[in-house]
Design a protein. Structure first.
Length: 213
């Protein structure tokens, strides 16, 4: 069965806490700037919807995926490991192995924090190409940009240009939100879905340098 917008959709599987927010935003911006559609488990908030069924549905609709497993190591005694991300990677790999020609072509970018972390934490990934980012959003942009160019044949400038455009967008969005009644601090703490909507809006408007009401 042909899936609508399958070739233009990117599933992003990552932590959704405040500490990871700068990396998630960099991922979202890079995907939108490249002309693709990011898909997130948090994109719908219907209380009666099964989270697992929602995630499976989103994964099935995306040819490309970014799986961030950088929180595989506990940072404090008694802290639990984060299991959602490797679980969702497993679901996605299951679709790639399914007897469906379309999903057999799925492409993954897997992130770890430091080189070789996943060799210790998830040995079943031995032999798979894994990228590290060390919690650095510039590395996220660079490596996600390269993934989209190589695997999705996206036409993109170099990572330094994308970083510059990202900062331009942040300034534009802050000006826009202040004009709408937000404080400067509030403009930097918007919900992920609202920030994503503004990224798309900015691109549609031709990536303006300044906001004009």
């Amino acid at each position: 069965m042909e899936i609508e917008n399958y070739d233009q959709s990117v599933f992003i599987n990552c932590p959704f806490d405040s500490n990871f927010a700068p990396l998630l935003e960099a991922m979202l911006f890079c995907v939108v700037y490249a002309g693709f559609e990011p898909r997130l488990a948090s994109e719908r908030l219907e209380a009666g919807e099964s989270r697992l069924e929602k995630i499976i549905e989103i994964i099935s609709c995306c040819k490309y995926s970014v799986h961030d497993l950088s929180l595989c190591k506990a940072e404090a005694v008694g802290e639990f490991h984060r299991m959602n991300m490797p679980f969702e990677l497993g679901l996605d790999m299951g679709f790639r192995r399914a007897p469906d020609e379309q999903t057999n072509g799925k492409k993954f970018l897997i992130f770890e924090n430091e080189p070789y972390d996943l060799k210790r934490a998830l040995s079943d990934l031995a032999g798979a190409d894994v990228e590290f980012h060390r919690g650095n959003f510039e590395l996220v942009i660079k490596k996600l940009r390269n993934f989209l160019v190589v695997e999705a044949e996206a036409s993109l400038p170099g990572p330094t240009k994308i970083e510059t455009e990202y900062f331009t967008f942040l300034g534009w969005m802050t000006e826009k939100k202040i004009s709408e009644g937000h404080t400067e601090k509030e403009a930097t703490q918007l919900p992920t879905r609202e920030r994503l909507a503004e990224m798309k809006n900015w691109v549609v408007q031709g990536c303006p340098v300044d906001f004009n009401a």
